[in-house]
Design a protein around this ligand. Structure first.
Ligand code: AMP
Length: 207
């Protein structure tokens, strides 16, 4: 099953993609995660773009995605998160593969900004927290599990989030017009409720 998950920043698409990936045993491919894990000379250039909340050029993004989709683990399917981000990317994706289902998650800007600016990550054990919503750490700067320092992504500041949301509306939302197999889920509910709704609606067979 080839799935695509689309939603504004803070809608929980990464979390849902991770859960679905485990349940369906298909890889979760996040172009944002791939960019964040880059090393070497490309890293500095890409980090600069990401930290301002802008999009990485299509050519580079597509090359990175193509390489990932060619790996053996994608043969059975995958769940794509963060790609396509604009119409050009959607059209290029169509040339390399066919998507079975698109999951669209909706969320209002106010909630999105609150969720994103509250997002924290433990530098040491990589657990995710949120200082405004659950899972809330006991101390906003320290990991409950390992005592590691909690950090914020550089593009999770209010300014960068506003920019990312603007790009989402202008460039990413029009991508939905390219698909007729869309399941729309309200992002303003619990993680568990959202997963149940997705699984039930897509009639996905899970363990
Ligand atoms: P994300 O983790 O999906 O929020 O992505 C973080 C950042 O990575 C985005 O704000 C962009 O700068 C960059 N990025 C991720 N996916 C793409 C893409 N498909 N096209 C261009 N830039 C992307």
């Amino acid at each position: 099953m080839k799935l695509l998950i689309i939603g504004p920043q803070g809608s929980g698409k990464g979390t849902q993609a991770e859960i679905l990936s485990e349940k369906l045993r298909i890889p979760h491919i996040s172009t944002g995660d791939i960019f964040r894990s880059l090393q070497g000379p490309l890293k500095k250039k890409v980090d600069e773009i990401i930290n301002k909340g802008n999009l990485v050029p299509d050519e580079l993004t597509l090359e990175i995605l193509k390489n990932r989709l060619e790996k053996e683990d994608c043969k059975k399917g995958f769940i794509l998160d963060g790609f396509p981000r604009n119409l050009n990317q959607a059209r290029l994706l169509k040339k390399i593969t066919k998507i079975d289902k698109v999951i669209e998650i909706t969320l209002d800007d106010k909630t999105a900004i609150k969720r994103i600016t509250g997002r924290r990550l433990c530098k040491k054990c990589k657990i995710n927290y949120n200082i405004f919503t659950e899972p809330k750490p006991k101390n906003p700067e320290i990991c409950d599990e390992c005592g590691g320092k909690l950090v914020r992504r550089k593009d999770d500041t209010e300014n960068a989030v506003k920019k990312r949301l603007e790009i989402y509306k202008k460039e990413t939302l029009p991508v939905l017009k390219e698909y007729d197999n869309i399941l729309t889920i309200n992002g303003n509910q619990s993680i568990k409720e959202m997963t149940e709704e997705i699984i039930n609606n897509l009639e996905l067979k899970t363990d």
